[in-house]
Structures are given as structure tokens and as C-alpha cells.
Design a protein around this ligand. Structure first.
Ligand code: ZN
Length: 237
């Protein structure tokens, strides 16, 4: 190599940009109001404010103690329904579709996914860590007679602990399968006691087997909800 090239190479190395700054908190902006839909938390970009360059917006870091499921190499499908309008409220009330869980819970979920993948199925992850402000908003805006389906924000939810997950099944091509009810259905069809017929019952049973083998427990009211058998403390936002 010619010696006169060396100074040029050194100069190039010195001007390589520094790494991006630390990530923002996951829930930017003011707390959710008790009455307004959190969709209002995501205002349109004011016309006079130039949109930041994509490279200047580092991916938000998970809250302490949680891991980002999108960073895990897995064959599951992540479809955070509360970040879309495809949920029972019909509004997106997560500002991002980030998907976070406790590290130990995420490892268990990976076991469940691998069990299902070996049998030609996949998990679709519908919800995972849920910030306390969202749990509170869900409670405040829910008619009292339907609150039995929600965690009381005073006690906290396992979703707020980062050790609960809502899941359903997809086939080997990633196509969502019909289950005994839709996600967040608040009728008796969501109950584990409901008899949806042989084929749909077998799907609930398969999902339950995969999750229980991996270290999750069920609740009676919602076939899609699973909590890690290991307890964790509430996560303060
Ligand atoms: Zn749940």
C-alpha cells in the first residue's frame, strides 16, 4: 500500500459519526386524560415543525427490566392490537406498537412458540407490557358492568408487571386462525367454560398446552390471556 494514502484513511476514520443518543421513554407526552381517547396523545406533526430525520429518532428503549420482543429471533407474529384500530375500542391507544415483556417471560414465550412451530402453528402476540396509564384509561372509560374483564388499576395488572401476554394462533403461513371468540370479546364466548365446538376447542386446547408447558397460567374469563407463573413487581412509568 502506498504510504501517502495512510493520512487520508486516518482522517476518514476520525469523522465517522458518533452513535445515536439514548432512547426516549416509551410513553412520551402528558398522561392520558380520563375522558379523551389516548389516540389524542399522538398529535399530527405541526406544519411548521420539520419532521426529524429517521436516523435522529433512535428506537425507544424498553422500560427497565423489560426486553423488546422484536429484538428476539423468533417465528412468532407481533400484532399489537391496541396500537391499531383493530380492537374492541376501535381506537389506537398505544402511541407505538412496541412489544415488551420481562426477560424471563419472553424466554418462556419463545418456548411456547417453538412448541407450536414444530406442529405447524405460530403465536400471534396481541398485547404484552401495558403501561399503568393505559390500564387506568381503560378502566375509567369502561362501563362499570364490563369492568370485570379489566384489571383494577389500584391493584395493577400482570400486563403492567410485564409478565402477562395476550396471544392467539396462526397457521404455518402466518394466517390468523378462527378461535372461539375474537380478541377482547366480552361475552361468554371468551370464557374457558364456553363450548365452541370440537375444532375450535382443539385450537384453544393447543394454545393452552403450549403456553402451560412453557410456564404460563390461564384465567377463566379470557382464553387469550396468559400470565407467567413467576410473579414480578409493578413497573412504575
Ligand atoms: Zn391480557
Amino acid at each position: 500500500m502506498k504510504k501517502k494514502l495512510l493520512p487520508l484513511m486516518l482522517a476518514f476514520l476520525l469523522i465517522v459519526p458518533a452513535a445515536a443518543a439514548q432512547g426516549d421513554s416509551w410513553l412520551p407526552g402528558p398522561p392520558i386524560s380520563n375522558t379523551a381517547a389516548p389516540a389524542a396523545m399522538v398529535p399530527e406533526t405541526p406544519a411548521e415543525t420539520p419532521a426529524p430525520e429517521p436516523s435522529a429518532s433512535p428506537k425507544p428503549a424498553p422500560p427497565k427490566g423489560l426486553v423488546d420482543l422484536r429484538e428476539i429471533e423468533a417465528t412468532w407474529i407481533i400484532d399489537m392490537r391496541y396500537a391499531t384500530q383493530n380492537n374492541t375500542r376501535g381506537v389506537a391507544f398505544y402511541p407505538t406498537d412496541d412489544c415488551f415483556l420481562r426477560e424471563g417471560t419472553a424466554k418462556k414465550l419463545l418456548k411456547a412458540e417453538n412448541y407450536l412451530a414444530e406442529r405447524g402453528y405460530h403465536l400471534i402476540i396481541l398485547d404484552a407490557y401495558r403501561p399503568q396509564s393505559v390500564v387506568q384509561w381503560l378502566w375509567d372509560t369502561c362501563p362499570p358492568e364490563r369492568r370485570k374483564f379489566l384489571a383494577n388499576p389500584k391493584k395493577g395488572s400482570n400486563h403492567t408487571r410485564g409478565n402477562a401476554v395476550d396471544v392467539t394462533l396462526a397457521d404455518e403461513n402466518g394466517v390468523e386462525l378462527e378461535m372461539q371468540s375474537g380478541f377482547d370479546d366480552s361475552t361468554e364466548k371468551a370464557s374457558r367454560d364456553y363450548d365452541p365446538g370440537e375444532e375450535l376447542k382443539a385450537r384453544t386446547d393447543l394454545l393452552t398446552t403450549a403456553m402451560k408447558k412453557a410456564g404460563f397460567k390461564t384465567i377463566d374469563l379470557e382464553w387469550w390471556h396468559y400470565s407467567d407463573t413467576k410473579n414480578y413487581s409493578l413497573i412504575k412509568e
